[in-house]
Design a binder for this molecule. Structure first.
Ligand code: NAP
Length: 264
């Protein structure tokens, strides 16, 4: 495994996470690790799944495609979560596994949306949402027309993101290790005049989706917690990014179903 000497620290702003963060900085500095927020080999993430999503976006804003060189290593200061194998009570084990190199790497895909010169990435999901009016859009799968959708919007998630917003929309949870993306409707209109699939659609990872509309006025593109206006856009292409992935360090073996159980 690669040697990790330079670290960044990203923590949720609450008392429990702050305390753990200070402790980790003391322990890392005492062992000669160098804090480097711009060129880290490893980014420690202290918080929840939401903090992990924030950490990935923070790093993408800071170092762009350099994110491919960073490994995220997380401890959850709440329940269990999907990106981390440790809870705050496991802090000693969390650090010992890092110092003694008892970790393995796991990679997760990034979604990418492109329109005109703009390009945005997401870990959980990318959504096109219009809360102001009925959004009409044509959906193309691998350049083939699939359906005309009418409603609030569409959500495309990764396997990792299937337990996030997608689950609230009634989308299927996809088990860890299955390389799929999922397309789910957000409040579709279905009656005698208008119909679309009206069921979550699980797709192969190399699928390219395109959403075309005469007008996306008032619609927003949501990339995890970031949003962008689509007012002057007529087409958004969406696919799994080929040039970068999110790398994580994983420690002890935690069953996917233990994690899933801790969600509800
Ligand atoms: P946030 O406060 O950081 O997160 C909102 C909640 O979603 C938190 O409880 C968070 O868990 C959980 N979460 C995030 N990613 C998850 C995943 N992959 N699997 C299971 N739970 C996950 O919210 P934000 O900053 O506004 O948005 C970040 C993400 O939150 C979005 O990508 C979206 O998927 C999700 N979200 C969902 C809904 C919804 O379901 N209606 C609404 C808003 C946002 P932790 O407590 O562990 O951080």
């Amino acid at each position: 495994m690669k040697e990790f000497r330079r670290y960044a620290m990203i923590s949720r702003p609450d008392a429990a996470s702050d305390e753990l963060c200070e402790r980790a900085i003391r322990d890392l500095d005492a062992r000669g690790y160098i804090r480097d927020e711009l060129h880290p080999d490893v980014a420690f993430v202290i918080g929840g799944d939401g903090t992990f999503i924030y950490a990935v976006h923070h790093m993408m804003r800071t170092i762009g495609r350099g994110i491919d060189k960073v490994h995220f290593y997380g401890i959850h200061t709440g329940t269990l979560g999907f990106y981390t194998d440790y809870k705050d009570a496991d802090y000693d084990e969390f650090m010992a596994d890092f110092f003694e190199n008892r970790l393995h790497e796991a990679s997760f895909p990034l979604l990418q949306a492109e329109y005109g010169p703009d390009m945005h990435n997401a870990v959980n999901e990318i959504r096109i949402e219009n809360a102001a009016r009925t959004q009409v859009m044509d959906v193309y799968v691998n350049d083939v027309f699939f359906e005309t959708f009418r409603g609030t919007g569409m959500c495309v998630c990764t396997q990792f993101g299937s337990t996030a917003y997608n689950r609230s929309l009634g989308g299927a949870v996809i088990q860890e290790g299955m390389d799929f993306i999922e397309l789910t409707e957000i409040s579709g209109i279905h009656h005698s005049k208008y119909r679309s699939l009206d069921a979550p659609l699980i797709l192969k990872k190399d699928t390219v989706l395109e959403f075309r509309s005469e007008s996306f006025k008032g619609a927003l593109l949501g990339c995890d917690a970031d949003v962008y206006r689509l007012d002057d856009v007529n087409s958004v292409r969406l696919f799994v990014c080929k040039s970068a992935e999110v790398h994580m360090l994983r420690g002890r073996d935690v069953s996917y179903f233990e994690r899933l159980k801790s969600l509800f």
